[in-house]
Each structure stands twice: as structure tokens, then as C-alpha cells.
Design a protein around this ligand. Sequence first.
Ligand SMILES: [Cu+2]
Length: 314
Amino acid sequence: MNAAGKLGAYVLGLAVVFGGALGVGRVTGPGDALTQGKSPAVAEHAETGGHDGADGGHEATTSSATTTDTPGGLQVSQNGYTLSLLTTPVTGRPMDLTFRVTGPDQRPVTGYKVEHDKKMHFIVVSRDLTSFQHVHPEMATDGTWKTRLTLPAPGAYRAFADFVPEGGEKLTLGADLQAAGDYQPQPLPHVSRTATVGDYTVNLAGNLVPGRSSKLTLTVSKNGKPVTDLQPYLGAYGHLVALRAGDLAYLHVHPEESEQAGPEITFYAEVPSVGNYRLFLDFQHDDQVRTASFTVPATLADGHAPSATHDHGH
Ligand SMILES: [Cu+2]
């Protein structure tokens, strides 16, 4: 009870953990039978103990605790739930993308818990990580979800369904989308702590350290002035999705609760490994949601830790 309560609060406040599989879902979810297969192994390696592993879940910062779990978004089917995309994509014009999630009983899931104001968070990114969309589909009574979006160009895309099924634990399933046509993959954008979107500049401070809760502070300014009247979007002043370069492992991070509507938004993110990550920040100002994106390396704590408290590029 206590452990569950504590973890629950933690999730609400600073939801972090890569794929939701690390401790949180496993401990609080009722679907223990579904995860039994890997829990013992994880407990063994993580040395958190079979019983108070519950409590130690997010405090276990050893790298072994993170590497034994599969991050979210890498599988099209997990815990008996399967994502099926039902639309052949087109590019350059709006399309209605439909999909279903089937449950352990093989039927389309129709019962979902609301999380961050929505029952379904759906993300579509190009595999080269240069295009990102975060949308909220509508569900028909038969469990078919539909959303309108435009894929900017031909190529390979990854779609992520981030949801909590009733009676199950939080999941992020991923599926490929292939848009026919002449494809020009772009290299991963350069590592940068500054992102520009329209008149807005967002600066990033903090470092990603694998296996640790890493504090990230994003500071929003418009035409050089700090923005102090950010609007809540889905119950928070910002939403952050992190995707690992190379395999698009998925991390949805929510900010530390704040009374302050900017210019700073603080997140705690826990990444599962070294490597480059692409971060996408959604924030709302002047009634419009905008996305700022960054490429950020994750490095070991005892390795190079660049001073990151100052913005670069100004
Ligand atoms: Cu969402």
C-alpha cells in the first residue's frame, strides 16, 4: 500500500521511467501474472530483493537495474496487447489514420484509463527522427481509434500508442508505418542545447545519465524574452518525449509539478543506456502547441560531464 502510494505520487509528479516497465508498472499493476516471467530475473540482477524491490524500484540506480528491462515502444505486442495499424499511409496531405489495440482475449480493447487528460497518446515520428507529431485520437465504440494527420514526406515512420488499458499496466506499443515514394533520409540533427521553433527559443540544461533520474530544465523564451505565461497543456506546462537514436526506444516524461508558468520547465528523465537521444518538448503558448526538439547524448556519470547550466548560442 505504502509503496504503491509512494510510487503513484512519484509517477504523477515526475513520471520518468523508460517504458514504464521499470518498477512502476510492475509493482503497482495488477497484471502480475503477465510480468512474472521477467520479474524474478530483474530482481536477481538488480539486487533490490524480491520483496522490497517494490519500494526500491525507482531508487535502484545501478545500471543493471535498467538494462534488464526492455524500454517501451520497441515491441508491437507486449503483455498480450497488440497494436494494429489499419491505414496505408499517404504523404503530403491529411489522412485519417486508424488503428486498434487488441487485448489478451484477442478482442479490440475499449476500456482505457485516462492519463494526462487522454485515454490514448499517439506519437508518429520519422525513423530518421526529423519529424514528430503527438496527437490524441478518438475511439469508436468498437475500439477503433482514428486520428487525422499528415506525413510530410515518403519514408519509414514509427507510430507509438501510449496508453493504460483497464485492468492492465501502462504500455507503449510501437509499429512501423511505411510511406511509399522517393525517400531521402536525413542524418540525426547535431547535438544542441538550443532549439528554435517559430519565434520561440528553448534552452536545455542538465545531463542525461543512464540508470539515473536526470534533471532536465528547459527554458522557453520568445523573441529573446522569457515566457512566463505558458498555458497548461494536458494538465502540465510541458510534455517531453525522448527517443533513443538507433532503435527509437520510447520515453514519455512529464514535468515536475510547478505553480510557475515558465520560463523554466523541469523534467526528470531516466534513460536506459548511453547514446544519443532525440527530445521533443510540446508546450503551449498563445493558444498554440509547439514542439521544440533537441539531440542530447547520454553519458556515464563518472565520464565527461559538461557544464550545462548556461545556455549556448546567445
Ligand atoms: Cu498525448
